[in-house]
Ligand binder design. Structure first.
Ligand code: ZN
Length: 181
């Protein structure tokens, strides 16, 4: 009973908020997240906190399960401002692109992933308003990466195994924020 009184944003660990793919984090990141029944003020607060954490980590995308919250919510900012999508559904996938991806839950690991080049996604924003977004290139990549997180799917599941490698944070690749999701 008491647990339901804890606000969503307050469930996020303050010291090291991003769940890593190790130990108990494996089960969290492999969970299928539940749809949000009703978008409330709590979700707006959660999205604001997700944005802060994503920017602090120099990421361009972040899904709620990466903070230990198993709800179908993700945020991204690939350069055109923050967008949050609650209960996303990918309606359309077109074309192909291959590019390097990393994940804030797997620091330093990178690999090439084949994705659709264009997607149409619909869902709700943090105020509960319907959104429908058509995205291409990097933004489409981020959306597909974050969407996968909601089903417990990680980029390593799709990556070309021959390209998976660790890069140090000091390398040009490790410094590229575009690769961190
Ligand atoms: Zn990720």
């Amino acid at each position: 009973m008491a647990k339901t009184l804890v606000k969503l944003a307050e469930q996020i660990r303050s010291d090291d908020p991003i769940v890593k793919y190790e130990g108990e984090g494996v089960e969290v990141l492999r969970s299928v997240c539940k749809p949000v029944k009703q978008v409330t003020q709590e979700h707006a607060e959660l999205v604001a906190r997700m944005e802060e954490i994503m920017h602090e980590a120099n990421g361009i995308g972040l899904a709620a399960p990466q903070l230990g919250i198993l709800q179908r919510i993700f945020v991204y900012d690939s350069g055109d401002g923050l967008q949050a999508i609650i209960n996303p559904v990918i309606m359309q996938r077109k074309g192909e692109q291959v590019g390097s991806e990393g994940c804030l839950s797997m620091p330093g690991l990178y690999g090439d992933v084949l994705r659709a080049n264009e997607v149409v996604v619909k869902g709700l924003d943090e105020l509960g308003q319907p959104v429908r977004i058509r995205a291409q290139g990097l933004t489409a990549r981020v959306i597909q990466h974050e969407y996968d997180h909601l089903d417990g799917v990680l980029f390593i599941d799709h990556a070309d195994p021959d390209t998976l490698h660790y890069a140090s944070p000091d390398s040009p690749e490790g410094e590229d924020p575009e690769l961190r999701e």
